[in-house]
Design a protein around this ligand. Structure first.
Ligand code: DPP
Ligand code: ZN
Length: 866
């Protein structure tokens, strides 16, 4: 596969003003007739370029004509994904008929079938699997689409925009024509045909436009759509209130499909969603699931402006829409629920997974410079770090100027395909600030590190913070220039009084900040709210961290102080384990936790966050060299100790949260459930029978999936194997017809740390509810084992690595996107101790030696081995 570079970008030589599509959807084939109104791009001087259209190499071309004149094979060249026609007029209509086999499309890109319904996924480059087209986001066209299909099997026929015509013939077929007045890139095209149930509602926009809201799903899931509908209405209102953005069509549709590579897709007026991101019902969906639905529904809705009305010039600009939209959805979720908890969850994901990506072989800037396969760049860096970059602009400019900048961006670029530079330029215009140094956040990869030290002169009351910034090398970038970043800081007195709170701006490699009239030596509360995506070192004493945990006025940093303390203690125990020294748990930590547990005035959701130990994945990211067993043993030791010593307190918290209230998805109820289930987890960690009984009771008496699944997974991962089997079987019998619940059932077992895990996952792969063509099932089983079961995935005999490599090689022929995604854990081989590192490398090499890898897997494997 070849590499594509940002610096090679050229504007399109040909534009497509109108695109008319006609799909004849049949059981054994689909015929697509495309009529493209093409004209040379007046902005490009080289008008004599041949017309080049992109089209998948495997796609059958049935007929090609220009202005009604049929071309024969001598009139065009077809090679490797490209169709070239020389000597075309300045402006013409190209007609092209292609034949597709959607039922055989297991890659789930382009047009495919999911559970008997037709659907599409065109981002990033799926449209070229439907017809020949300049399939690039800077070619925006007005689409008109007609779908023809059997009326009984496919009563619902959908595409982008508004339905403008329909009819039926006397052979049992019907047709509908859809018209989308907004020019859009081909990646936002969508169609759906199927026998679908519908939940319908209405929304009146701020300016009085009536919008029909329609969420489609399989009939059996009709009772799981209310929450998404409410989230959609909340998101529409929020975008009007906070960004002044209104919806612009008469209909907004969401369709739930079971087979989907990603979470959801923002196709204009016709979002297509993975069922896991739209279906929600208390009995089948966990609180986490509810929050994901709310966040993703909002995310895709927000794309209507940040992505669709203003789109990306090329795929290197992906974060233009994704970073901004993730920032928007995070703020929405923060407004709908607890702001601090949302921030903690997002930062935890960033620190655990994005930092690992940024320190690994696939590290890339938020705006990458090159790629082989763009699907590999729908990453935590582009999405999550990209959102942090937008958040920093928001912090540096303040909310009012940021809003003005956003208004100007949408006004300047409505209907255009633009770049991250254009986004920053709008922020520069409204603020009058020079953000050129800030843009290094878009061009430099790697996680910057801040080293902070301080000094205090009691005689003059002068306190100084010295901040040094650096950023480690990343592939292709040896040396990094200093970043411009906001550093939110508070200074606290010993008793917790706040002596100072404010925002510092860092631009130099080393900078000293001076604070006068400080009455006593303060404890600095640094990087409040995680004001920049960096690693921060400051040599806190345990006592200072305990003070911050108790008193910091910044909720995020209160939590962070507790985490820092736990991480430090855990790192000591990891070393102890490696050196054969007996493990121990700090009595100060125990007393601090006892105080937290006994304080009934604390917000349960926050408390649950504070009492969760950093994950093994996060400890791995922080380790100089990853020693999976030492990390596991140290963390398990600390968890069990805290469980045993504080057993009575855990029980009291459990009882305090177990209110018997009727189920609700409001933030407070979710917070109580999360604390209750955390308490149950610690009780179960004591290994004592009474708590098994308590878990079993919760399992059988709960009226919601959050409590039921929490109890199930605790029992399933315990040493009480008989009860574990019994509950797993009961759960299966109860939920076998609920596909999404069965994914949870697979995950729970795939992540079971007890002996024999590999044999268990192999058995599950043969189970009738498993389907290797369904990405959700693959993520549950393979992702669950490789991501959530470290001791078995990293088994010292290498069996876990070989198992994953076997799967990748098998899946690569079927669904390259998913295969490349599942490969991630192996890419981290250089970070592990020598024995495992060599075994992981061996499996990567074995894949590399296999002929005919997809571009997706080839890119990840080859870059990992470099
Ligand atoms: N653009 C989609 C999303 O963000 C993913 N393809 O959510
Ligand atoms: Zn998105």
């Amino acid at each position: 596969p070849s590499t594509i570079y940002l610096e090679d970008y050229q504007p399109p030589a040909w534009l497509v003003t109108h695109t008319e599509l006609r799909f004849e959807l049949e059981e054994d084939q689909t015929l697509v007739r495309a009529q493209l109104s093409i004209q040379s791009n007046p902005a490009v001087s080289d008008r004599r370029k041949p017309l080049e259209l992109l089209g998948d190499a495997g796609m059958e071309l049935c007929r090609l004509s220009i202005d009604g004149q049929v071309l024969d094979a001598a009139d065009y060249q077809r090679e490797a994904g490209c169709l070239r026609i020389a000597n075309v007029p300045e402006s013409f209509v190209l007609e092209c008929v292609t034949r597709l086999l959607p039922h055989e499309n297991t890659a789930l890109e382009g047009l495919y079938k999911s559970d008997g319904m037709f659907c599409t996924q065109c981002e990033a480059e799926g449209f070229r699997r439907i017809t020949f087209f300049p399939d690039r986001p800077d070619v925006m066209s007005i689409f008109r689409t007609t779908l023809v299909a059997d009326k009984q099997r496919y009563p619902v026929l959908l595409s982008n925009g508004n339905p403008v015509d329909s009819g039926e013939d006397d052979e049992g077929r019907h047709w509908v024509t859809w018209d989308d007045p907004w020019p859009k890139p081909s990646y936002l095209f969508a169609l759906v045909a199927g026998d679908l149930a519908l939940l319908e509602d209405q929304y009146t926009t701020a300016s009085g436009r009536e919008v029909a809201l329609r969420i489609y799903a399989e009939r059996k899931d009709l009772d799981k759509l209310d929450y998404a509908m409410q989230a959609l209405k909340d998101a529409m209102r929020w975008d009007e209130d906070v960004y002044g953005r209104e919806y612009d069509l008469d209909i907004y549709m969401i369709v739930a499909v079971d087979f989907f590579n990603m979470g959801a897709m923002e196709n204009k007026g016709l979002n297509i969603f993975n069922t896991s991101c739209v279906l929600a019902h208390p009995q089948t969906t966990t609180d986490q699931g509810f929050q994901r639905v709310e966040g993703v529904v909002a995310h895709e809705y927000f794309h209507n402006w940040s992505g669709n009305r203003v789109t990306c010039r090329d795929w290197f600009q992906l974060s233009l829409k994704e970073g901004f939209t993730v920032f928007r959805d995070a703020e929405f979720s923060a407004d709908m629920n607890s702001r601090t908890v949302k921030r903690i969850e997002d930062v935890t994901l960033l620190r655990t997974a994005q930092f690992a990506e940024d320190g690994g072989p696939m590290a890339h800037p938020v705006r990458p410079e090159s790629y082989m396969e763009i699907s590999n760049f729908y990453t935590l860096t582009v999405y999550e770090k990209g959102a942090e970059v937008v958040r920093m602009l928001h912090t540096l400019l303040g909310p009012e100027l940021f809003r003005q900048g956003s208004d100007l961006y949408f006004e300047r670029h409505d209907g255009q395909a633009v770049t991250t530079d254009d986004f920053v330029a709008a922020m520069e215009t409204v603020s009058g600030r020079d953000l050129s140094q800030f843009k290094r956040w878009y061009s430099q990869a790697g996680t910057p590190r801040l080293q902070v030290s301080d000094s205090f002169d009691a005689a003059t009351g002068c306190y100084q913070l010295k901040v040094r910034q650096s950023c480690p090398p990343s592939p292709g970038q040896e040396h990094k220039q200093p970043y411009h970043l906001p550093l939110a800081v508070g200074l606290l007195a010993e008793d917790g009084r706040e002596l100072f709170a404010g925002l510092l701006e860092l631009t130099e490699e080393e900078q000293v900040f001076r604070f006068d009239n400080i009455s006593e030596r303060p404890v600095p509360s640094l990087l409040r709210g995680f004001s920049a995506p960096v690693k921060l070192d400051y040599d806190y004493t345990d006592a200072q961290l305990l003070m911050l945990l108790r008193h910091d006025t910044d909720g995020f940093n209160r939590w962070d102080a507790g985490q820092r303390l736990c991480i430090r203690l855990l790192q000591t125990q990891i070393r102890n384990h490696q050196q054969g020294v007996a493990l121990s748990c700090s009595s100060e930590l125990i007393e601090a936790w006892r105080n937290l547990l006994q304080d009934a005035s604390l917000d349960p959701a926050m408390l649950a966050q504070c009492l969760r130990l950093p994950s093994e994945a996060q400890l791995s990211e922080l380790a100089e060299q990853i020693d999976v067993s030492a990390i596991h043993e140290a963390r398990e030791f600390m968890r069990t100790t805290l469980a045993q010593v504080l057993e009575q307190e855990w029980l009291q918290v459990y009882q305090r949260c177990d209110t018997g209230e009727t189920y609700s998805t409001d933030a407070e109820a979710m917070g109580r459930r999360s604390l209750k289930n955390l308490a149950l987890a610690y009780l179960m960690a004591t290994g004592r029978e009474p708590w098994l009984e308590l878990a079993r009771q919760q399992y059988s008496q709960s009226d919601n999936m959050t409590d039921q699944l929490a109890a199930l997974s605790l029992v399933a991962h315990s040493d009480f194997r008989e009860t574990a089997d019994e509950l797993l079987q009961a759960f299966y019998l109860q939920w076998q017809h609920e596909s999404l619940v069965m994914n949870q059932w697979l995950s729970v077992q795939a992540s079971d740390p007890s002996a024999g895990a590999l044999a268990r996952v192999n058995q599950l792969a043969e189970h009738p509810i498993f389907d290797a063509r369904n990405p959700n099932k693959l993520r549950a089983l393979i992702g669950g084992f490789c991501g959530q079961n470290p001791m078995h995935f990293h088994a010292e005999d290498g069996s876990g690595y070989a198992w994953l490599a076997d799967w990748i090689l098998r899946l690569d022929r079927q669904n390259p996107q998913v295969a490349a995604r599942l490969l991630t854990p192996l890419t981290r081989w250089k970070r592990h101790e020598p024995v495992r590192s060599a075994l992981m490398q061996g499996q990567l090499q074995r894949m590399m030696d296999t002929a005919e890898l997809s571009a997706d897997v080839y890119e990840v494997v080859s870059k990992s081995l470099m």
